[in-house]
Design a protein around this ligand. Structure first.
Ligand SMILES: C[S@@+](CC[C@H](N)C(=O)[O-])C[C@H]1O[C@@H](n2cnc3c(N)ncnc32)[C@H](O)[C@@H]1O
Length: 284
């Protein structure tokens, strides 16, 4: 075996370096890395060290600390976990449909937020569901945000490997998706009318930008699992303030708001509602 025929990352991450990285990621994103994630970190960052020809992680962290925005964005892109798919946790979309059954058309648009949208499948799933259940003539939109600019590029492109079609009910697939041809063989694209209802923007959940909301429904799924209790508490208070009275917050079945739900009421597993003092759920 030659000297450069090493399997896996060539540089080892020391305990001190891992500690620095945990602090860096927590401060920037709220994500808490658990002990034991050292090899995941090395697997994800090694290519950046290679790219810059750096010998140690300390050298790389110096580069990050120097403040280069692109490199810092790239590190966050690489260190976030972005798994998602169409109609993930289908009961939530059944709930969405049921919650708008009998909805009376109103002048204000119905607005739904996919608050950690990743590559966009959640936002487009919400859009397919709303397109199918809101009354004709009702204006509506879906807003997706994520901290990773890389996943947002995919979300805006709205083009997915054709295998993704297996998760989409056939009638919604027919109504809202196109099968790629020629150069796009093997892909499905979200059709333009649906895409025009959905917009994406970079936003950090631990430092929410001003001017968001109010939302009728907020999907905040599979992101709080990475956060510590204080960050979760602040985030839930922050997103609750962006709900319309009577609006809903939907979290993953794998998450809980025990002790931090504040004024939200649990209406079914993983679905919370902000009470409406006027008793008109979802209306506004
Ligand atoms: C596992 S994905 C969940 C995607 C989707 N919500 C779902 O349930 O399928 C988690 C997403 O949260 C994003 N994320 C992590 N920390 C964030 C933060 N502080 N602000 C905004 N997005 C964040 C990651 O970039 C990632 O795309």
């Amino acid at each position: 075996m030659t000297a450069d025929a090493v399997i896996g990352p060539e540089r080892q991450l020391t305990g001190e370096e891992f500690g620095w990285l945990c602090e860096y990621l927590r401060d920037r994103t709220g994500i808490e890395l658990k002990p034991g994630k050292e090899s995941m970190v090395m697997g994800r960052l090694d290519r950046r060290l290679r790219h810059h020809g750096l010998a140690t992680y300390t050298d790389y962290f110096r580069l990050l600390a120097g403040g280069d925005p692109l490199e810092n964005q790239m590190a966050v892109d690489l260190l976030t976990t972005n798994e998602t798919y169409f109609f993930r946790e289908p009961k939530h979309f059944e709930f969405l449909r049921a919650s708008f059954a009998g909805f009376l058309r109103r002048s204000a648009p119905v607005q739904v937020w996919s608050a950690a949208s990743s590559t966009g499948e959640e936002a487009y799933t919400i859009a397919m569901t709303l397109a199918d259940c809101l009354p004709v003539g009702q204006d509506w939109s879906v807003f997706g945000t994520d901290i990773s600019s890389r996943v947002l590029e995919t979300a805006r492109r709205a083009m997915y490997p054709i295998e993704a079609a297996e998760k989409i009910p056939p009638d919604l697939l027919r109504d809202h998706c196109l099968r790629g041809r020629d150069d796009y063989e093997g892909f499905l694209a979200i059709d333009r009318p649906l895409r025009q209802r959905v917009s994406f923007r970079e936003a950090n959940l631990i430092a929410l930008p001003p001017g968001l909301g109010p939302f009728d429904v907020i999907f905040l799924r599979n992101v709080m699992i990475y956060f510590g209790p204080e960050t979760k508490r602040d985030l839930v208070a922050g997103v609750t303030a962006l709900l319309r009275p009577g609006g809903h917050l939907i979290i993953s079945h794998a998450e809980t708001l025990n002790g931090i739900a504040g004024s939200l009421k649990l209406v079914q597993p993983s679905v919370y509602q902000l009470p409406d003092p006027d008793g008109r759920p979802g209306d506004g």
